[in-house]
Design a protein around this ligand. Structure first.
Ligand code: FAD
Length: 345
């Protein structure tokens, strides 16, 4: 927890074929930074050290100065800021244009962003403009010791294999990374660095979309990736009306309700409540899996939870193999009994 500034070595490079530095695009929306941005600065530090280059954060938006000291606190040496009224609310086109212009000017070797809704939307647009590759939804990053290329690892073929992808010929190397798979780095308040403010010409008439209104999602399902206790349901619940059994348990524990793709496709839950490969990755303190078989596509989204409790009537169910406590039996008896027991405490 050294309070001294990290040496500011991430200087703009001269152009041409020189691509240098690790950049993290910091996601800032509605006055909040997506925590994955800080997780990526922690991971970016390791990558930058392995290559021997600088680590920078990029903030795009309007009136974003409060974010700059936070970016230094989480390890950025340089913070690039593009502050413009057009960037106040997130839209693909102006964000893609601003970040692309910045990348063309400073030529970072690697750029990273969270695999959030924003990252999944804007990064492909930027990669297309830059004519480079993009590995989406990475769960592991590393640096190849011989070539110094970014090793981008992600589940492939329905989660059955982990594929490690290298971008050999194009620059920058681009990856989005799932929230909560990288550890949150220590925050060192008061750490300083270099701020580079860039002004690009952005004209409203060049963009085809407008933000009319923000509609908040149901509070019960919001922030699933930050929930400390999750009660997750699967098709074992048999019908939507039985969701109440899980909701009663969740109420007693102050937990958030989530579930499998099966439960979402059955119309019992919203898509933003889906845990797994094509849903959200979660890392709560406690994950209670009710009537969930434990398909690999579900496990990749929750197996790093601190403590897993699974209730299933099939002793061979895969979920029981990753559970700290497995309860083999009928969920319609076990879950109400657990709720009644927790109510007493
Ligand atoms: P099931 O597999 O049907 O399991 C139900 C379980 O409930 C069974 O184990 C059964 O023994 C148990 N059960 C039944 N009755 C009771 C009872 N009375 N008491 C106790 N236990 C009972 N899935 C996800 O979850 N998330 C994803 O992001 C995801 N992405 C996918 C992406 C791709 C490309 C593909 C191909 C699939 C994906 N899936 C995903 C689907 C996944 O493969 C499984 O089909 C799904 O997870 C199964 O959901 P489930 O566990 O609810 O249902």
């Amino acid at each position: 927890n050294d309070k001294k500034p990290i040496s500011a070595q991430a200087k703009p490079v001269a152009g041409g074929d020189v691509w240098s530095g690790v950049w993290v695009i910091i996601e800032y929306m509605n006055g909040k930074v997506a925590p994955v941005s800080w997780e990526l600065l922690g991971e970016g530090r390791k990558l930058a050290d392995a290559i021997g280059c600088g680590l920078s954060g990029v903030i795009t938006g309007h009136q974003v100065d409060s974010v700059i000291p936070e970016a230094f606190a989480y390890g950025a040496e340089t913070v690039y800021v593009v502050d413009h009224p057009i960037l106040k609310d997130y839209r693909t086109e102006p964000y893609a244009e601003a970040i692309t212009d910045l990348v063309k000017k400073y030529q970072p070797e690697i750029i990273l962003m969270g695999a959030t809704s924003m990252g999944r939307d804007v990064f492909p647009a930027i990669a297309t403009k830059l004519q480079t590759g993009l590995t989406a939804d990475c769960t592991v990053l590393g640096i190849d010791p011989d070539t110094k290329l970014l090793q981008q690892t992600r589940p492939a073929f329905g989660g059955n294999i982990m594929a490690t992808i290298l971008c050999r010929t194009r620059r920058p190397q681009m990856a989005t990374v799932r929230p909560r798979v990288m550890a949150m780095p220590d925050r060192v308040d008061g750490r300083e660095g270099e701020t580079v403010r860039e002004e690009f010409t952005l004209n409203e008439s060049d963009f085809r979309t407008k933000v009319l209104e923000f509609i908040n999602t149901d509070a019960k399902s919001a922030f699933l990736d930050k929930a400390e206790i999750i009660v997750a349901v699967g098709l074992g619940l048999a019908a939507k009306r039985n969701l109440v059994i899980a909701e009663e348990l969740a109420d007693v524990l102050g937990a958030t309700i989530a579930g499998t793709r099966g439960a979402v496709e059955a119309g019992w839950l919203n898509h933003d409540q889906q845990v797994g490969q094509s849903g959200v990755t979660v890392r709560p303190k406690v994950y209670i899996a009710i009537g969930i078989s434990g398909a690999i596509q579900h496990l990749v989204g929750m197996e790093t939870s601190d403590f897993i409790i699974a209730i299933n009537n099939d002793p061979e169910a895969a979920i029981l193999k990753v559970a700290n406590y497995g309860i083999v039996g009928d969920l319609f008896q076990i879950v109400p009994a657990l709720t009644a027991e927790f109510k007493k405490r």
